[in-house]
Design a protein around this ligand. Structure first.
Ligand SMILES: [Fe+2]
Length: 171
């Protein structure tokens, strides 16, 4: 994994293992009317994640969309989707950008000082969203749509899972 940025305890970069075909299918789902529901972080969640689970070889699949800036700095919490009851663990996630020029994930310490940035380029990243304060530096141009595999385990466990099981899979 040399050359890819790893920044404990916040994130680890990995290759973006989503096939072009899956990317097209996910973006088509994302463009359906009323596909997303807003939440208080200015990050919209896909309304019916049960439609996405066939794309999750591990973890729980979710799509997120951002179309505005000034999102709140936050830590994620495990939750049930209120529309279809899908349990959405959020301690760590594998975050696969589906759109070009994806906005950075910005990381903060417990005093909310910026300490790191995930700059995606063409890569994906494992993010410690349940343990570390973060936000998105939305650039205000195209909507930023990401596909995520969500886990109840922390960064190290998801990193180990990726190395043992997921690195060779194309979703
Ligand atoms: Fe978050």
């Amino acid at each position: 994994m040399s050359g890819l940025q790893n920044f404990d305890p916040y994130f680890r970069m990995i290759p973006n293992g989503i096939s072009e075909n899956t990317k097209k299918e996910l973006l088509a789902l994302a463009k359906e009317p009323d596909a997303f529901v807003d939440n208080s972080y200015k990050i919209s969640f896909f309304r019916h994640p049960d439609k996405l689970q066939k794309y999750a070889p591990y973890g729980v699949a979710q799509l997120l969309k951002i179309t505005e800036g000034d999102g709140t700095i936050h830590k994620d919490r495990n939750r049930y989707n209120e529309y279809d009851g899908t349990y959405m663990p959020r301690k760590s996630v594998i975050n696969y950008p589906l759109t070009d020029n994806p906005a950075d994930t910005v990381w903060y310490d417990d005093d909310k000082n910026e300490v790191a940035r995930t700059v995606y380029g063409n890569h994906a990243a494992i993010l410690h969203v349940g343990e570390c304060y973060h936000g998105v530096d939305y650039n205000g141009k195209e909507p930023r749509i990401v596909f995520q595999l969500c886990f109840a385990e922390g960064l190290n466990d998801t990193w180990n899972l990726w190395n043992e099981e997921l690195y060779s899979l194309s979703i």
